[in-house]
Design a protein around this ligand. Structure first.
Ligand code: GRF
Length: 235
């Protein structure tokens, strides 16, 4: 389902080493540590949590914190109800750089391998991006080459598009400009309300995000295993 472009991955490989400390039973890799960031309802967060508990991420990743810039975000309560550690820091009234630096420092305490944006409604400044460079992912409800920023489902609906493309990408300092990791089309033919467009799109989002993360983590683990094997053979 997902279409990872390994060239993109290689160009900006995350620092997650697939390290050989405690973790994944039988595979010699520890689980990747995920920090999930949200500002709202958290349906993508929930799919990711479920994927780590009993889905495609089960042996690959664990959620070490769900963080919000809005302490009253419904997604935080949902995360806590599903057994996740939660943290928040109100962004309202704060200067972007100062808030981002403080948020990054807070998140670093959880030692995430990946920072996974799931409806985190903020433009990130270098103060946030630099500490996690190449390890921040986002999901966008359109092809990021065609539409950036907010209201992507409205854009697809208003333009009566027959299809949109859910996109998982790495985050850089631009607005939805980072390298694409995975895309999946959504058939919008016959979707005659915005709610129906969103319903179809979210169903795809909920599958694609976990699959893209699983591919990314496995790909990294395979690279590390091959490197270890090569150096073993050379000894
Ligand atoms: C999703 O449509 C996601 O693609 C976008 O923000 C929305 C978040 O929804 N970045 P939810 O909070 O995950 O339900």
């Amino acid at each position: 389902m997902s279409s990872l472009t390994s060239a993109e991955q290689n160009r900006q490989a995350p620092r997650y080493s697939g390290g050989a400390s405690a973790g994944t039973p039988g595979k010699g890799h520890r689980k990747a540590r995920l920090a999930i960031l949200l500002s709202g309802r958290g349906s993508n967060m929930l799919s990711l949590v479920q994927a780590t508990q009993s889905g495609v991420l089960q042996d690959l990743a664990e959620v070490v914190v769900v963080f919000s810039n809005k302490p009253d975000a419904p997604g935080l309560e949902l995360a806590a109800a599903h057994g996740c550690p939660v943290a928040s820091l109100p962004s309202q009234g704060r200067k972007r750089e100062a808030f981002d630096a403080e948020a990054a420092e807070l998140l670093q305490q959880y030692r995430p391998d990946f920072v996974v944006l799931a409806g985190y409604m903020r433009i990130l400044s270098p103060a946030f991006i630099q500490p996690f460079a190449g390890r921040i992912l986002n999901i966008h409800p359109a092809d990021t080459h065609q539409h950036q920023g907010l209201h992507a489902y409205e854009w697809a609906f208003d333009n009566k598009l027959p299809e949109t493309k859910i996109t998982v990408h790495l985050v850089d300092e631009g607005l939805d400009t980072g390298p694409i990791l995975a895309q999946e089309p959504v058939d919008l033919r016959g979707a005659d309300t915005l709610a129906e467009v969103e319903r179809r799109g979210l169903a795809v989002e909920h599958e694609l995000y976990a699959l893209a993360l699983a591919d990314l983590i496995q790909n990294k683990q395979n690279v590390m295993s091959s490197a270890a094997e090569t150096s073993r053979l050379r000894e």
